[in-house]
Design a protein around this ligand. Structure first.
Ligand SMILES: Nc1ncnc2c1ncn2[C@@H]1O[C@H](COP(=O)(O)OP(=O)(O)OP(=O)(O)O)[C@@H](O)[C@H]1O
Length: 305
């Protein structure tokens, strides 16, 4: 289990994280979300031992994770960290980069392991390409494969698919997260993308103004978003007087109701349209299977989740 006790940290004067405590079970997929600048990357770096804490302690099982004051080499043996900037060797191939930490003592095993990792990150066709010739997204995938090569106990991922296109992202996400679960590698992901969280996280935590403002399963936080910040992470939402926070898919056009609105605009979203309407001076958003004409008067009803 990873245990964070009362962690406080500041770079200069302004506290970035204040009295942060949480635990992550061994083998779990744990997500950290929050606005840009809320301290997600800083927290991952602290978990990796990059900086000295101002206060608090971090433990992985019985080992305390200590900062550079106590260690010459940053990062414990059992942990790997994939930062937003990838640390690859540009003049050697994808396979050589992935195998950089693997022993040369058993060359056949090493090659088999590299093949397995190339499959996980779906980079088989690039095995012999030099890292400097790869796109940003391909480099990101090599960095992930390199980090899991020696099967760490804990993997810290900072925006792991941010450079990867939508064609690849879905299958890569499934392939990597399935692999980590099978191997029981504890995985802590800082992300802006709900698709990294909803189907994969055992637990998630929301950072805001240096504090944890919510923690739970994705189902719990999705169904009961305590505030707008949490709702906005998951979906388009509305805040309607007397009704609270409602996702766009919880409002539906009906023949009669007390919620009367005027349509402003329809946005094509694929299998549905997102409709923007005016409800007593407030903008509301809801989903509809057809586009609606601007100026149309409609009635809305609320669907329970
Ligand atoms: N090396 C540093 N020195 C001083 N301040 C820093 C440093 N790194 C980050 N910060 C500040 O700490 C705060 C948190 O930054 P951090 O990168 O942890 O946020 P984040 O939630 O990961 O943001 P993003 O989602 O944009 O990646 C920001 O205000 C940032 O300016």
């Amino acid at each position: 289990m990873l245990q964070v006790n009362n962690l406080t940290f500041q770079y200069k004067k302004k506290p970035i994280l204040k009295n942060i405590s949480f635990t992550v079970n061994t083998g779990d997929h744990f997500s950290i979300i929050g606005e840009s600048g809320s301290g997600k990357s800083t927290l991952l770096k602290l978990l990796y031992g990059t900086y000295n804490l101002n206060e608090g302690q971090i433990f992985w099982k019985d080992n305390e994770i200590l900062g550079p004051k106590h260690n010459l080499i940053i990062g414990p043996e059992y942990m790997k960290y994939v930062a937003q900037e990838f640390d690859l060797m540009p003049f050697i191939t994808v396979s050589e980069n992935i195998g950089a930490y693997l022993s040369n003592f058993y060359p056949e095993e090493k090659q088999a392991r590299i093949q397995e990792l190339l499959n996980v990150v779906e980079l088989q066709p690039y095995a012999h390409t030099k890292a400097k010739e790869l796109s940003g997204g391909q480099k990101q995938r090599v960095a992930i494969a390199k980090a899991i090569a020696k099967q760490p106990e804990v993997l810290l991922l900072d925006e792991p698919f941010s450079h990867i296109d939508n064609f690849k992202k879905q299958s890569l996400r499934r392939s990597l997260f399935k692999y980590l679960k099978e191997k029981q590698i504890t995985c802590i992901v800082a992300t802006h993308d709900k698709d990294d969280v909803l189907s994969f996280s055992d637990e998630m935590m929301v950072l805001h103004e240096a504090k944890i403002i919510a923690k739970g399963t994705p189902q719990q936080l999705y169904k009961n978003p305590e505030n707008k910040l949490i709702a906005s992470f998951f979906d388009e939402f509305n805040e309607i007087e007397n009704y609270g926070i409602l996702y766009a898919n919880q409002l539906k056009v009906v023949k009669k109701s007390d919620l009367k609105a005027i349509v402003n605009q329809s946005y094509f979203k694929g299998y549905y349209y997102l409709i923007e309407a005016d409800l007593q001076g407030e903008k509301v958003y809801f989903e509809n299977d057809k586009a609606l004409k601007s100026g149309l008067s409609i009635c809305l009803s609320i669907l329970k989740m």
